[in-house]
Write a protein that binds this ligand. Structure first.
Ligand SMILES: *Cc1c(COP(=O)(O)O)cnc(C)c1O
Length: 404
């Protein structure tokens, strides 16, 4: 038998973390790495944050899980806090991002169904989108690498180029239920939607009675310096899928919706055994305690500006490798002129810096949101050293020093 006990769907690397301390991960062999990946935008408070850890420990000892058949003081409290802090009137808790997107899609279809328009089932999504790995959410992307061999997929999706408002408009017909879009594409390569695009989708929705569904699984929960990224655009969605950072490392997701958009989601239409259990609610609540504190979001925005500035200063010295920096807050992408995946591996293996590769040859830089200046300095040192000793095909033989 040659298959590994752990199903081999991930190309796992030699770094094998066994402990986390703030913005650092410690490997099985004792090596230390600066974690500017954060479990792909999950560990927003870093590793071992005392408030989050204590909340989970105490709740685990008090009451870990009960069925959603019972009243949930813990769920009601966290839902109320999310409602108070966002556009939403109601929240469904899930265990992952894909489940939050599934709930969003179901909510959108039910809305039209109860409105007497059961033919409005189709969701328009965008090229290079990532919405998760369930059958429903892979149907919502047209990326072949995620769909190959899993067909037949769910009908009811159409795909337009990202940030192309006219192409999106052209797909709207009498079967359209709404749009599903990431305000800032994550896996697709840290691509922010333009103001014109997001505001334009809202206007098309208003004109045709469609729903604007945002996938903020990666860009939400303070990552960009606002609780949700759509706040920067001044665009109000109908439904938002949230996850990743929302549990700070505990598996938690949420589907947030307005009262109007959620009007079809009545008793019996949806459910989850674990979704919103007391342990998950304790984690989510501890994360909100920290990120909703006065000044936290401003701090994320300011830290993001400093990190971005430092990255931009690095580019002229390595302009054979780096093109530009994009993104918002602490969701940053370094666009490379060469393949980003092997460079990310080089930074990890030879310089103890963890980042994440993304589409379009981007290095994703997603640190914990509570990093300090010395973490930024260390990241820049490692990135700079990594760029200097990176061997790749087509590397210039002698690099002339750049005058400052
Ligand atoms: C990660 C991600 C998902 C899927 O989340 P899972 O928790 O892996 O199911 C969905 N949408 C976006 C934008 C993501 O980044």
């Amino acid at each position: 038998m040659s298959i590994t006990p752990l199903m081999p769907v991930y190309p796992r690397c030699d770094f094998r973390p066994v402990k986390g301390e703030g913005a650092y991960l410690i490997g099985e062999d004792g090596s230390r790495a600066l974690d500017f990946a954060s479990g792909i935008a999950v560990n927003i408070l870093g590793h071992g944050h005392p408030h989050l850890t204590r909340a989970i420990q105490q709740q685990a000892a008090t009451l870990m899980h009960v069925s959603n058949m019972y009243g949930s003081p813990q769920g009601e409290a966290l839902a109320q806090r999310l409602v108070d802090a966002s556009f939403a009137d109601t929240v469904f808790f899930t265990n992952s991002g894909a489940e939050a997107v599934e709930c969003a899609i179901k909510t959108a279809r039910r809305y039209h169904y109860v409105n007497g328009n059961p033919e409005r089932t189709n969701i328009i999504t965008f090229n290079n989108a990532f919405h998760g790995r369930t059958l429903g959410t892979i149907s919502a992307t047209n990326q072949e690498k995620m769909r190959d061999g899993f067909e037949p997929l769910l009908p009811g999706f159409a795909y337009a180029p990202f940030d192309d408002l006219e192409a999106a408009r052209a797909l709207v017909d009498e079967h359209t239920a709404g749009f599903l879009v990431e305000p800032i594409q994550g896996e697709g390569g840290i691509r922010p939607a333009s103001q014109k695009f997001l505001a334009g989708l809202r206007a098309i929705c208003d004109e045709h009675g469609l729903l604007l569904v945002l996938d903020e699984v990666q860009c939400g929960v303070a990552r960009t310096g606002a609780l949700y990224a759509h706040e920067h655009y001044g665009v109000t969605p109908d439904i938002v899928a949230s996850a990743k950072g929302i549990g700070g490392g505990f598996p938690l997701g949420a589907c947030l919706a307005t009262e109007e958009a959620a009007k079809g989601m009545v008793f019996g239409t949806h459910g989850s055994t674990y979704g919103g259990n007391p342990l998950a609610m304790a984690a989510g609540s501890a994360v909100l305690d920290v990120i909703l504190e006065d000044g936290f979001m401003d701090q994320v925005a300011a830290t993001g500006e400093r990190l971005r500035g430092a990255l931009e200063q690095l580019i002229p010295n390595h302009d054979d490798l780096f093109d530009h920096v994009r993104g918002k807050g602490l969701m940053l992408g370094l666009k490379m002129k060469v393949e980003s995946r092997p460079f990310v591996a080089h930074l990890r293996d030879n310089h103890g810096l963890l980042t994440v590769a993304a589409g379009d040859n981007v290095v994703r830089i997603l640190p914990p949101l509570n990093i300090e200046q010395h973490h930024i300095d260390e990241c820049i040192e490692k990135l700079s050293a990594g760029a200097r000793d990176y061997e790749y095909e087509g590397k210039p033989m002698v690099k002339a020093p750049v005058a400052k």
